[in-house]
Write a protein that binds this ligand. Structure first.
Ligand code: CA
Length: 227
């Protein structure tokens, strides 16, 4: 989880970006003018700051310069379209990146990920699925139960991924075979049962939970309300 400050005087933009970032598992604080944003940026160690350039009080470039004389927090500038000067002076003033308005939220999130990764911030992933205490990170290919890492083979991971992505839905063995091993799989359909058993040993038995439900005569499911 990353801690992100949004300094933006347009409430709708700020709110929209805030919701997206919270949805991705980050914590967000907001400021509506340059002066407040600067105070917050200096008082708290954020993992990243989204900073609008055109701000009341103190403009974004000035805020950035003053932040930079104290700390190295990654900053992404939000600039007006075609404001070439903003970009140049923004990068000169120490911005890590900039994005022009109006922007696609996916592009902003991608730039945030890059900036955070460059600064080695705590995990930021748009591709995590959580059910109860079980979390699967599709980018990092990692599984955790609580704060404990779980080592899985590729097939075990893929099987868990399909079940997590379709949580609360019962998947039959053929579907799982196709998803995990592909349509040209020529082994026995009990491969699914074998790998389910592996997952249960590594997750259910080890952590004392019942993650994977057997639905008799149909297949398997991961159900949120069973945890
Ligand atoms: Ca503005």
């Amino acid at each position: 989880m990353s801690k992100i400050l949004i300094v933006e005087d347009e409430p709708q933009i700020a709110r929209f970006v805030e919701l997206e970032l919270i949805h991705e598992g980050n914590s967000v604080e907001k400021a509506e003018d340059g002066r407040t944003g600067l105070d917050m940026a200096l008082a708290t160690d954020y993992d990243l700051i989204l900073l609008d350039v055109m701000l009341p009080g103190l403009n974004g470039l000035e805020v950035l310069r003053r932040i930079r004389s104290h700390k190295e927090t990654p900053v992404i500038l939000l600039t007006a379209r075609d404001a070439v000067m903003d970009k140049v002076s923004g990068l000169d003033a120490g911005a890590d990146d900039y994005i022009t308005k109006p922007f696609a939220i996916e592009e902003l999130l991608a730039r945030i990920r890059v900036a955070l990764k460059r600064h080695g911030a705590a995990s930021f992933s748009t591709r995590q699925i959580t059910v109860g205490t079980v979390m699967i990170d599709l980018d990092r290919h990692e599984v955790q139960v609580g704060d404990q890492p779980v080592e899985l083979t590729n097939y075990e991971f893929e099987l868990l991924r399909i079940l997590m992505e379709n949580k609360n839905i019962v998947l039959d063995r053929d579907h799982l075979i196709n998803e995990v091993w592909g349509y040209d799989f020529d082994g026995e359909t009990n491969a699914v049962d074998v790998y389910i058993r592996h997952l249960r040993t590594k997750i259910d038995d080890r952590f004392g939970i019942k993650l994977i439900q057997t639905v008799r005569g149909v297949g398997y499911a991961i159900k949120e309300d069973c945890l």
